[in-house]
Design a protein around this ligand. Sequence first.
Ligand SMILES: *[C@@H]1O[C@H](CO)[C@@H](O)[C@H](O)[C@H]1NC(C)=O
Ligand SMILES: *[C@@H]1O[C@H](CO)[C@@H](O)[C@H](O)[C@H]1NC(C)=O
Ligand SMILES: *[C@@H]1O[C@H](CO)[C@@H](O)[C@H](O)[C@H]1NC(C)=O
Ligand SMILES: *[C@@H]1O[C@H](CO)[C@@H](O)[C@H](O)[C@H]1NC(C)=O
Ligand SMILES: *[C@@H]1O[C@H](CO)[C@@H](O)[C@H](O)[C@H]1NC(C)=O
Ligand SMILES: *[C@@H]1O[C@H](CO)[C@@H](O)[C@H](O)[C@H]1NC(C)=O
Length: 424
Amino acid sequence: MKFTSTFATAIVLSAMLASAAPVRRQTPTLSSSFTTGAIYFLSNEPSGNNIITATIGSNGMLTVSNVVATIGNGDHGLTGGELGPDPLFSQGVISVSPMAGLLATANPGSNSISLFSIDPTDPSTLTAVGPPIASGGEFPVSVAFNSDGTALCTLNGGAMDGVQCYNVNATSGLSVMAGTRRFLNMGQTTPPSGPFGTASQIVWSQDQTQVYAAVKGNPGSGPAGYIAAWNMTDSGLSDQFVNVTLPAGAGAPFSLTPIPGQNAMFSADAAIGVDVFDFANGPESVAASPRTQSYNISGSMAPCWSAYSPMTGDYYVSDLLTSILTEVSLDANNNLRPSMVMQYPILQNVATLDLEVATVGSQDFLYLLMPNVTAVEVLQLNGPGNATSIQQMDIAGPAASLSLPVNPNFLVGMASYVKPQTRA
Ligand SMILES: *[C@@H]1O[C@H](CO)[C@@H](O)[C@H](O)[C@H]1NC(C)=O
Ligand SMILES: *[C@@H]1O[C@H](CO)[C@@H](O)[C@H](O)[C@H]1NC(C)=O
Ligand SMILES: *[C@@H]1O[C@H](CO)[C@@H](O)[C@H](O)[C@H]1NC(C)=O
Ligand SMILES: *[C@@H]1O[C@H](CO)[C@@H](O)[C@H](O)[C@H]1NC(C)=O
Ligand SMILES: *[C@@H]1O[C@H](CO)[C@@H](O)[C@H](O)[C@H]1NC(C)=O
Ligand SMILES: *[C@@H]1O[C@H](CO)[C@@H](O)[C@H](O)[C@H]1NC(C)=O
């Protein structure tokens, strides 16, 4: 089955983009560019969740392309006040396996996971693989493929919380992997109240033998944050998880970004800035490792999402409230000590959420969701400390032309796929 409706031609589209502009610069036409890949994010609407896709040109710039129904619903967590942006309090609601050419995403409002195949010749085109499958809990907020795309795990953050993993078949879809339903017993509601005290992100360890889930603490009150670490074996996940406690200063790990060449994770921590977790000697030894540490991003208010650039070797952290992007490097002397390289103020009050780095040829580009202006910021990463803004891609105009409801408070997620022939 295929649930795709294609937007108008590029010429009509660029005319629309030029007329609908809450952003500071017009979107250039892409006539001199060819498609090298695509990005993906969610409308996350409670009335029906849609994946919005945009092509990546050879110059890194985006053009909105398709809207693909997930056959599930979006949802929004509770914050004790009016709804704002950041609906899921999580990172990784969309996961892409470049090796398998597959995309998976969660439907928080219908407790299900949807799987799609990515057309390698036109990566903005997605085709559903099998029907959505139950997430094994409530309010799924994060999904993660293993390295070859043969398995997927999801993290549920509602009243029925925890982890569930699946075998992935590119023809028939997802099937529950035996022995992988594991609870966190966080005592949340559906939808959960956050952002503190909620489920954050699920990832596989670099060697694929463990699965980690980050949980935010409630600084000042309530339970402490932690990383839950399970063994993954042929018989499934270990019955118990190791409670990886946080380093001094840390409080609310929001993301888990693998540190290349290390058995370690980089985390944006909403309570302080950045955490590093060193898993080199196993989950039991993370807390005792001197390489496990927190780092204060001075002036940050809600540093929540993180991404790594292979080209600059640095990490990028987005902040929901300051809309400042922070570039962080880890000490080359192998102690993984974070330090700030540069800060990039995006637009004021745009609310910056999920971000993704895509490598096109030998050039890295960073894609940053800005829900309050319904746009995606595109930065070219020229080198360490040198990111330059090259585009703001409008979402609202193209969506309106298709009668697709998009709400700044619900938009979420960011993932990418680069065509095999244009990868580094
Ligand atoms: C995937 O599913 C198809 C259709 O059900 C089946 O023929 C095939 O054997 C499956 N592949 C694997 C690796 O299980
Ligand atoms: C995970 O596996 C390791 C190595 O077999 C073992 O020492 C450890 O106890 C296991 N942890 C859990 C939580 O089962
Ligand atoms: C993890 O350990 C910390 C520190 O001992 C504790 O406060 C917290 O309650 C534990 N969390 C879980 C889920 O076991
Ligand atoms: C981070 O640094 C700022 C300024 O130096 C300070 O005001 C703040 O309390 C620090 N935050 C934490 C969590 O240590
Ligand atoms: C985004 O818009 C909401 C209104 O929906 C507002 O409450 C919030 O302050 C804005 N975020 C930022 C960072 O300005
Ligand atoms: C940043 O990169 C651009 C493009 O390569 C280059 O023109 C510029 O000189 C660089 N700026 C700095 C400060 O290195």
